[in-house]
Design a protein around this ligand. Structure first.
Ligand SMILES: [Zn+2]
Ligand SMILES: [Zn+2]
Length: 171
């Protein structure tokens, strides 16, 4: 085995040993290990320091990406025009007022930009479209869920991000 620092041949005594026992090489080796550990620690810290709004934002991005992939090729939930390459994940019950169904698959559907952004969700037509898409029974259940009071926790949001990354990949 050749030392990673000085290049001299040596006999490793441990699996994966890449430095010889020269005192300077040992020093280099220790510094490198310290640096590696610090990098891992920094990564963990960064994760822990992510604020709740940051997590919420990331969860929304991840969830909406899943919805857009799920609804690709379907018509707009409101106006029934074919969805182009660029379309939104439109919420039937708004995100601001109905936190409990922000990440509810029945509440969010592929919607054209015109309906979502220029017609404020085009809700009257959305109601007709969603009833057609998920059926009256599921719509009634969605209505019930939409009025539950909900405050998302870090753990739940982290779980949502994980789940929907996985679900998007599996589609
Ligand atoms: Zn060496
Ligand atoms: Zn539309």
């Amino acid at each position: 085995m050749k030392c990673k620092n000085c290049g001299n041949e040596f006999t490793p005594v441990r699996f994966n040993q890449k430095f010889c026992f020269d005192s300077f090489c040992v020093k280099v080796w220790i510094e490198l290990e310290k640096h590696k550990q610090w990098k891992t620690k920094k990564k963990i810290l960064k994760n822990e320091l992510q604020t709740l709004p940051e997590l919420l934002k990331l969860a929304q991005i991840t969830f909406n990406k899943y919805i857009r992939k799920r609804d690709k090729g379907k018509p707009c939930i409101s106006c029934e025009k074919p969805l182009g390459a660029k379309f939104d994940a439109g919420h039937y019950f708004s995100m601001g007022g109905h936190k409990s169904v922000t990440f509810d698959e029945d509440n969010v559907h592929g919607q054209c930009v015109t309906c979502n952004q220029h017609k404020h969700g085009n809700l009257i037509e959305y109601q007709l479209g969603i009833q057609k898409r998920i059926g009256a029974d599921r719509l009634i259940e969605l209505h019930a869920r939409a009025y539950e009071v909900k405050k998302w926790t870090r753990e739940e949001l982290t779980e949502i991000i994980k789940t929907y990354k996985k679900k998007t990949n599996e589609l």
